[in-house]
Design a protein around this ligand. Structure first.
Ligand code: DGL
Length: 275
């Protein structure tokens, strides 16, 4: 039986999904969040799609075992690789970041091409481009593998980031009018990308739009925590907890309890998952 007081489960390859947690907290201030950061196996974005799909299945199964009321796949690479198929095997509602990002881009677009910037896994999955194509929208995807380390090293607003952005975007279509930041880390690059692309090009932050979708659908299902107190955020990480705290600070996270989660426990829950 779904329980409004149960936490929302959020998972990502590392710290990037904290941008989704931040947006969720604004939309649903009384809800508890259980965040799973699979930092031991990061990055997902440069790994084969089948491998990322397996990681996503393990995290989702683990969160179900923890009795979450819903799951948000905050990682673009995992959403692109595993959804919508994963949602069919999971007994609670599952949202990814791809659909809300595409919907926001379609709403923002003024007739030109839509660009998609993401990890290699996200771009190669074609998850965004195929949806835009089905909607009849000319689109252009570019993998930007240097962006994640640039953000984590706190270089997002520096000339280094500007040079790398120029390198990735030099052959963008002339009629580009909207760009989806299709990676958890890229909202931090918005000022740099904005300077390069100019005011004419709108940037779509999928973290923000995903939180809106999750909040409105939980609300219609009567599954929002009533409050009055603020919700609690707990973090479980498969890698080093101090490294997580340090890197999370680069993304301006909401502090909370951080506990280690051995990879062997993640794998165990997957073997117990039943459709
Ligand atoms: N969270 C990943 C994404 O949104 C970026 C980091 C990684 O490659 O693991 O695609």
């Amino acid at each position: 039986v779904p329980n409004a007081l149960a936490p929302i489960g959020v998972f990502d390859s590392g710290v990037g999904g904290l941008s989704v947690v931040r947006a969720l907290r604004r939309a649903l201030p009384h809800d508890d969040v259980l965040y799973l950061g699979d930092t031991a196996r990061l990055p997902y974005g440069s790994k084969p799609l089948a491998m990322v799909r397996g990681f996503a299945a393990e995290s989702a199964a683990y969160l179900v075992d923890q009795r979450v009321k819903a799951i948000v796949v905050a990682c673009n690479s995992a959403s692109a690789a595993a959804l919508p198929a994963l949602a069919e095997t999971i007994p609670v509602p599952v949202w990814g970041v791809v659909e809300p990002g595409v919907a926001a881009a379609l709403a923002a677009r003024r007739g030109g091409a839509v660009g998609v910037l993401g990890t290699t896994a996200t771009i190669e999955s074609n998850a965004y481009q195929s949806r835009l194509g089905r909607a009849g929208v000319p689109n252009w995807g570019r993998a930007c593998p240097l962006f994640v380390p640039i953000v984590e090293e706190r270089l997002a607003d520096t000339p280094i980031a500007a040079l790398v952005a120029e390198h990735y975007l030099f052959d963008r279509p002339a009629d580009l009018d909207t760009v989806i930041l299709a990676c958890t880390h890229y909202p931090a690059l918005a000022p740099t990308l904005g300077r390069l692309l100019g005011e004419r090009v709108q940037l779509v932050d999928s973290a923000e739009t995903t939180a809106q979708v999750v909040a409105s659908e939980l609300r219609s299902a009567g599954l929002v925590a009533p409050g009055p107190g603020p919700g609690r955020v707990r973090h479980l990480v498969t890698g080093d907890t101090d490294v997580f705290r340090h890197t999370a600070a680069a993304l301006d996270w909401l502090a909370g309890e951080v506990s280690p989660l051995p990879l062997s426990e993640l794998a165990r829950s997957r073997s117990g998952v039943r459709a």
